[in-house]
Design a protein around this ligand. Sequence first.
Ligand SMILES: Nc1ncnc2c1ncn2[C@@H]1O[C@H](COP(=O)(O)OP(=O)(O)O)[C@@H](O)[C@H]1O
Ligand SMILES: [Mg+2]
Length: 331
Amino acid sequence: MAEVTLSGISKSYGDQVALDDVTMTIPDGAFVVLLGPTGAGKTTTLRMVSGLDRPDTGTVTIGGRDVASYTPAQRDVAMVFQQYSLYPHFTVRQNLEFPLKSPILQTPQAEIERKVNAVAEVLQISHKLDNKATALSGGEMQRVSIGRALVRDPSLYLMDEPLSSLDAKLRSDLRIELKSIQADSGATMLYVTHDQTEAMTMATHVGVLDEGKLVQFGSPREIYENPVSIYAASRLGQPRINVLPSDVFGGAPNKATHIGLRPEQIFQGEGEDSFVRRVEHLGDQTRLHLSFKSHDLITVTDAHTTLKEGEIIQIRPENPFYFDASGARVS
Ligand SMILES: Nc1ncnc2c1ncn2[C@@H]1O[C@H](COP(=O)(O)OP(=O)(O)O)[C@@H](O)[C@H]1O
Ligand SMILES: [Mg+2]
């Protein structure tokens, strides 16, 4: 169990600022997802906490202790990297056993076997336990890397896009397994992903990074329903929030230059004419690609809609977001 804090963490590589004064408190047992495009500073944040790299300024604490002088091993964290790092000459079983064979742990062999078998089952890799690591597909190697973190019982997991190389079915299975393993063990999780669904379904908290700055930290619901900026609003929600000039509809507040409309913030019925460019049936819902005063808009409607391309529907904003010229939320 461990609360993790980052206070005023900055890190540059040469001229490149990777993290800029990041302060964040990760409550004990929380599942924190870091969101942001490539280069935002997500991996660097994990490296600061793991001890694989040192901040230029600022303090990291784990379980209330300043860990500046602790090696990665002393920090009691298990890390899964974006690129899997297995021992190639070992079998899957040997790779999974390795973290438990440390002389300090003194884990009895029966216990090692029990843990390895349990983790292999969760990760759907039991049938490959005696294969050499080099004889696995990329997705299988990634599952073994996740397994090596899970066989241990650390107070903190750090995972960098662990599911991104897996196919959709396995990703959704493992999303549920990882979430329940973390919740059951009570371990704290700091997790990087690009996947909206992972963020929305797994996270207790989301941290939004923008060019090394933490621009918003809160529950996924808070960030979805109350984003601080266009940037933060665009990180969650599928399809993405629509951003248009604020004067396309009436009623914008003074300072607003842009209006932000999530699909459910577009009321369909009474309003202004809008042209249906494309109708995309996705099974559980239908996406409507609209053309409105020469702007493109995407919204959703029910799965059984009879709307066709070329029709005109009426729309109006419903409790939209407004942003100023800098992208900051004004109302
Ligand atoms: N070892 C490094 N050497 C030089 N630049 C680095 C290094 N690690 C990260 N950076 C730079 O720091 C910034 C943040 O990188 P990173 O934390 O890897 O972002 P993310 O994981 O969000 O894609 C990027 O501009 C990246 O190029
Ligand atoms: Mg990264």
